[in-house]
Design a protein around this ligand. Sequence first.
Ligand SMILES: O=C(O)CCC(=O)C(=O)O
Ligand SMILES: [Fe+2]
Length: 296
Amino acid sequence: MTTTVTDPYPSRGTTEVSVPRQDPVVWGAPGTPGPISVTDLQAYERDGFLALDELITADEVAVYRQELERLVTDPEIRADERSIVEPKSKEIRSVFEVHRISEVFAGLVRDERVVGRARQILGSDVYVHQSRINVKPGFGASGFYWHSDFETWHAEDGLPNMRTVSVSIALTENYDTNGGLMIMPGSHRTFLGCAGATPKDNYKKSLQMQDAGTPSDEALTAMASQYGIRLFTGKAGSATWFDCNCMHGSGDNITPFPRSNVFIVFNSVENTAVEPFAAPVPRPTYIGARDFTPVR
Ligand SMILES: O=C(O)CCC(=O)C(=O)O
Ligand SMILES: [Fe+2]
């Protein structure tokens, strides 16, 4: 007898498809102790995000800012494949795997205020699927087009289920003008499978500018009309936790003020990566980890 396993989250086929989310948003049992209050956890489940005014203090921000400066000015880091440069200005746009490149950012990942929240949401031990700094320097850094992270992580990295959470921590003030993160509240409840096969080495292009895995204008119009769009602002040290399937993106930064954030993506150790669901080969491990050692 043969059994056919159908992918609950199909993507990169001939047409765009919309399917209801099959997974919980909060995986921890109700009442599991942790840094997030019951009401905040309920809001996260409903909206797909949780914004905090101060996850880390101003003094701590100064340390992480300095480390970010060190990384983006180090010629060795710039030459590393983990650094992505802006196509036009050639300034550093992202540095991946900062928790491995830098002891300072490794400490941030292990910080109980950070990893404790991830464990509480995902209801298990967690490991880092991806970490990066997104520098967004002033005077023209380009934005990130609308996407669901899970769509890519499922299709290209092989994460089976929606049991993954990101935190974006502001290391510079995020104004309403310098390319802050935008999320469609409630969009995490619908999976939008994108049309179009994944080209080989898609990540090389998509990290500078997203193409495959991009929702249609029609789908984005429908979702934005239904859910609205929320922009996240906040001083350095503020943070946004968001579910892996939120429809999100950010605009260009044409102001003189950099919008530099550190992103950490935690995945449950019970949801480790398998073969990609819709790509020829997995992306490099500095983008999608294959070392599932829990954060301790
Ligand atoms: O930096 C941003 O504003 C958004 C980044 C993002 O969505 C991502 O890195 O997946
Ligand atoms: Fe994203």
